[in-house]
Design a protein around this ligand. Structure first.
Ligand SMILES: Cc1cc2nc3c(=O)[nH]c(=O)nc-3n(C[C@H](O)[C@H](O)[C@H](O)COP(=O)(O)O)c2cc1C
Length: 167
């Protein structure tokens, strides 16, 4: 299967980007980072406030044109940080503006402990696609109480996806 990994990550080399890169490498696929036409403000608190309004209203902010054409792929992996218990708005824009009919969609999310309905929301918006079960990764948990996803779980998932994709 030919795979395109599409992801949004808030920060440079963010958690979702790290997983997306490993996945693209494992399945020998291509990778596409979603970029907003109007980037978020630099002030973190402003981003928190703005993104809450966007997610709660189902906003679809404009994204830049993709460098890859999803029509050329069998499987589209869709990666997002969990934002307000759902996907980041750029990912909703991608899903709503892309014909995913007949594609296999592989959702994954990175999060801080509460993924809410992120995967369900991806499923609902991947119209006409066969949506595989979603995977959740927590990379930003530190200290003795860490609930971070063990790296071996990530490796197991990568192996399973490789098998599925026939790589
Ligand atoms: C605006 C905003 C909202 C967030 N909302 C949630 C949330 O609802 N649940 C959760 O577990 N983590 C939440 N997080 C934490 C991120 O999902 C987590 O840090 C993720 O791994 C970041 O991925 P990234 O580095 O690719 O952007 C939020 C982070 C931001 C910036």
């Amino acid at each position: 299967m030919k795979t395109l990994v599409v992801f949004y990550s808030y920060s440079e080399n963010g958690d979702t980007e790290k997983i997306a890169r490993r996945l693209a490498e494992a399945v020998e696929g291509d990778i596409e980072r979603l970029e907003l036409v109007t980037p978020y403000p630099d002030d973190y608190d402003a981003v928190v406030e703005l993104s809450k309004k966007e997610v709660e209203s189902g906003a679809t902010p404009a994204i830049r044109a993709l460098k890859h054409n999803p029509a050329d792929y069998d499987m589209i992996a869709v990666g997002t940080p969990t934002w307000w218990y759902s996907m980041a708005p750029a990912v909703l824009t991608f899903l709503k503006s892309t014909d995913l009919g007949g594609k296999t969609v592989l959702p994954f999310t990175t999060h801080g402990g509460q993924t809410g309905h992120t995967v369900d929301d991806i499923r609902k918006n991947a119209v006409g696609a066969k949506v595989l079960s979603g995977h959740k990764f927590r990379l930003d948990a530190y200290g003795a109480e860490s609930h971070a996803t063990p790296d071996e779980d990530i490796e197991k998932w990568l192996d399973a996806v490789k098998n599925f994709a026939g790589v």
